[in-house]
Design a protein around this ligand. Sequence first.
Ligand code: HMG
Ligand code: MG
Length: 295
Amino acid sequence: GLPHQVTIYEVGPRDGLQNESAIVPVEVKAEFIHRLADAGHKVIEATSFVHPDWVPQLADAGELLARLHRKPGVRYPVLVPNLRGLDRALELQADEIAIFASATETFAAKNLNRSLESQFDMFEPVVARALDNGLKVRAYVSMCFGDPWEGPTPVKQVVAVGERLLGLGCHELSLGDTIGVGTPGHVTALIDAFRTPERLAVHFHDTYGQALSNTLAALEAGVTTVDASTGGIGGCPYAASATGNLATEDLVWMLHGLGIETGLDLGKLVSTSVWLAELLARPSPSRVVQALSKG
Ligand code: HMG
Ligand code: MG
């Protein structure tokens, strides 16, 4: 059956803005996050403490955290790949971090400059020190369904990487369909292969238009946390075939239609996406945003 309540893990400010060709001014990023909190989001991934040359779009991560008005009851996780990133995040009182691993050898090399095996040497001390400092740690696995260089990713390979990350002490594991090639049967098979569906989240990019169907399959398999980006912005600079994330508005439309609570104000999300689309000078790819913003 379906859950009564779903937590939407908002990734627009991080996954969305990391992929914009133009660099968005830090005050616009802050306002975006403030608007998301005002619309009812309880968890907003704010930015990344990665190497600034690798993702120049988020090189202002420190400045952004410093100027954020944090709303009580809202979590603002940040991406952290290594100890250098963790030091920067701790300095700015980040309350939660997310590490991001790859399910495939090629993407580990392209996104992290590490092998599949040596990515764990990088993450282990990060998780240990973050937990010592009282931070919660989420883990991502990318390329869970397919990889642009290696083709379909075997379920066993994803489970092996994911269980190892959970074993480090991460509270949640987000299964990333980085390039959006997954379909619902594959989603069900992958989730069923894990021992603890309640600790899983799903992270669908909508490249092939499967994100909503995949989400429904995940909810039926016991997942209650879904990643989405307001306006459907997003992608990955190290995987050219990645397009935007599942749009938060499309997800909210489906969930509310199913009678599932999200705590989100759809009207406020849509006006935020319209505001952002004007600043980015391109329309939101979300069908729900398009439908609800027509005069
Ligand atoms: P590297 O070149 O191997 O780094 O990059 P290194 O460890 O060799 O260090 C080299 C230099 O960089 C050192 O400086 C470090 O201090 C510095 P030096 O001593 O030479 O002067 N350095 C840093 N400086 C600032 N902040 C840092 C940092 N780290 C090292 N954090 C590294 C390895 C992991 C850093 C690099 O590969 C990287 O930053 N990768 C991030 C790529 C990225 O952000 N990709 C997008 C996010 S993942 C995604 O979008 C997928 C997801 O949405 C899920 C899905 O859709 O599947 C999450
Ligand atoms: Mg992503």
